[in-house]
Design a protein around this ligand. Structure first.
Ligand code: ADP
Ligand code: ASP
Ligand code: MG
Length: 481
């Protein structure tokens, strides 16, 4: 018997057939005697629809958000009608869904009247996706005789009030979560928990950021002392690159916490970047696997870095990024300019994805997501106004339409010449590299190229990853399936 936390993503709960498949997996795990906490996403596309509803409400478009509300009711009702047989059980399952969607409509009406969707009310509106899906799934499980307890995570995940990107308050969360859920978990009830959402200490609903259900699942795994965390998704595991960018992508059987941290931060959408945080210190192993091929092992993620000839394990990319360059001869040896720039960037609400400085100290550059670039530029210029007036700094320039590409692999540590191979390959392809940075953990190298070169660069570097993987296989290390 093991204590497990399972997480099912949007596609995995996106249709009656998919939910039926999820129910089969849960029943099989219970048959094996495991204790289960199951974290679920909203049905695929629902979070996007809820965001559209909030935007439509702010724009005064009542028919648009009413239409979305009606579609959501029809879609969730259809699942109940298909998966729950008896009329009484159906009615019992449907009533809370109708009630939630009435509340969702009221919030949209409020936004229409105010003419503005603040981050706070937007979080309240998008939270309904998981609140609906978890109830539907719990009903489908009860139909199969599973003792399922639906749980709204905003009753136990306590966060700060950074709406849309809230950070858990660990001590409060752990205490509440254990008090509220440990007895039921240990008594063998299947907990069916909303991903993505939390609440401030005073009970206002927050969300953990897009794709945040992976992070929620990891919080539950850590606080409930799970032995393992299984992330069920629509691909077979963590792959050598996004299979949508290159169909040659292969599943990686093993990835270390550190490698997955870099992969997720630099754009591998398969996991939310914060997922490993709660489990890394407790050493809880995680598996990424397919809902639709549950017999496959997927990718195991854990502490060890396996010895491997595979220098580059995976290639990722982030689109829609801008690069800002601060330059000027007067910067040479002047302390504090970079620090002030980065503080101004943070105050403008942007996270820095990558930083690079040339050795001459006459310029440095950093990247932020496109929509915030102009705001960051203005904030940095205001901060450095004096230096600009005195011509110590020539300019703060923005370069749009660039992408960050990252190659990841712990084999890079102490392997000379990896960067050389990467950049000579790009040189041969006449791909211009605009900036370079090596991750502090030495298991990744990131660089900036123009958007137009993205697909070619990923293809070529991915070829290199597949080629070195072949050496592993020849050595019997079997790092790849
Ligand atoms: P879920 O709804 O289950 O959370 P996501 O859509 O968030 O699923 O993440 C899974 C998707 O991530 C896959 O369908 C795949 O297209 C994409 N992806 C990007 N990079 C990778 C990678 N390196 N390995 C696997 N999948 C990746
Ligand atoms: N439903 C949320 C989203 O689409 C959270 C998640 O699925 O992880 O972003
Ligand atoms: Mg996801």
């Amino acid at each position: 018997m093991a204590r497990l936390t399972l997480k099912f993503g949007g596609t995995s709960v996106g249709s009656p057939a998919a939910i039926d498949q999820v129910a089969q997996i849960i029943c099989e795990q219970r048959r094996q005697g495991h204790l289960l906490a199951v974290v679920v996403s909203a049905m695929s596309g629902v979070t996007d629809q809820l965001l559209q509803a909030a935007a439509a409400a702010a724009a005064g478009d009542q028919p648009a958000y009413q239409g979305i509300n009606a579609e959501l009711l029809a879609r969730h009702e259809a699942v109940i009608n298909q998966l729950v047989a008896s009329p009484a059980a159906r009615e019992e399952a449907l009533e809370p869904l109708r009630d939630l969607l009435r509340q969702q409509l009221e919030l949209c009406d409020a936004v229409r009247i105010l003419g503005e969707a603040s981050p706070r009310i937007t979080d309240a509106i998008v939270s309904f996706g998981e609140r609906l899906s978890s109830r539907v799934i719990a009903a489908a499980l009860r139909e199969r005789g599973v003792d399922a307890l639906q749980v709204d995570s905003h009753t136990c995940i306590v966060t700060d009030n950074n709406f849309q990107q809230a950070e858990p308050l660990w001590a409060e969360t752990e205490a509440r979560l254990r008090r509220q859920l440990l007895p039921a978990y240990e008594a063998g009830r299947a907990l069916i928990i909303t991903g993505f959402i939390g609440a401030t200490p005073d009970g206002t609903v927050t969300t953990l950021g897009r794709g945040g259900s992976d992070f929620s699942a990891s919080i539950f795994a850590a606080c409930l002392d799970s032995d393992e965390l299984h992330i069920y998704t629509d691909v077979e595991g963590v792959m050598t690159t996004d299979p949508r960018l290159d169909p040659r992508a292969r599943v990686l059987p093993y990835v270390s916490y550190r490698e997955i941290g870099e992969l997720a931060f630099y754009g591998a959408k398969v996991l939310h970047p914060k997922t490993v945080q709660p489990i890394i210190n407790r050493g809880i192993p995680m598996r990424v696997r397919s809902t639709f091929q549950p017999a496959r092992q997927g990718t195991l993620i854990g502490e060890r870095t396996r010895p491997s000839a595979t220098i580059i394990k995976a290639v990722t990319s982030i689109r829609d990024v801008s690069m800002l360059t601060v330059s000027g001869r007067g910067m040479l040896g002047v302390p504090g300019i970079a620090g002030r720039t980065f503080i101004a960037t943070a105050q403008a609400g942007a996270s820095i994805l990558m930083i690079s400085q040339s050795s001459s100290e006459q310029s440095f550059c950093f990247t932020v997501v496109d929509p915030l670039a102009e705001r960051v530029k203005a904030a940095v210029e205001a901060e450095l106004r004096r230096e600009i007036q005195h011509k110590a700094i020539d300019s703060v320039e923005t370069l749009p339409d660039i992408v960050i590409i990252t190659v990841v692999g712990s084999g890079m540590r102490g392997t000379p010449g990896v960067a050389g191979r990467v950049f000579s390959l790009l040189g041969e392809q006449e791909i211009n590299v605009l900036a370079i940075a090596q991750g502090s953990s030495e298991c990744s190298i990131s660089f900036v190229v123009s958007e137009a070169d993205l697909e070619r660069a990923v293809y070529e570097l991915h070829s290199l990853a597949l080629e070195t993987a072949a050496i592993d296989r020849a050595n019997g290390q079997g790092s790849y399936y």
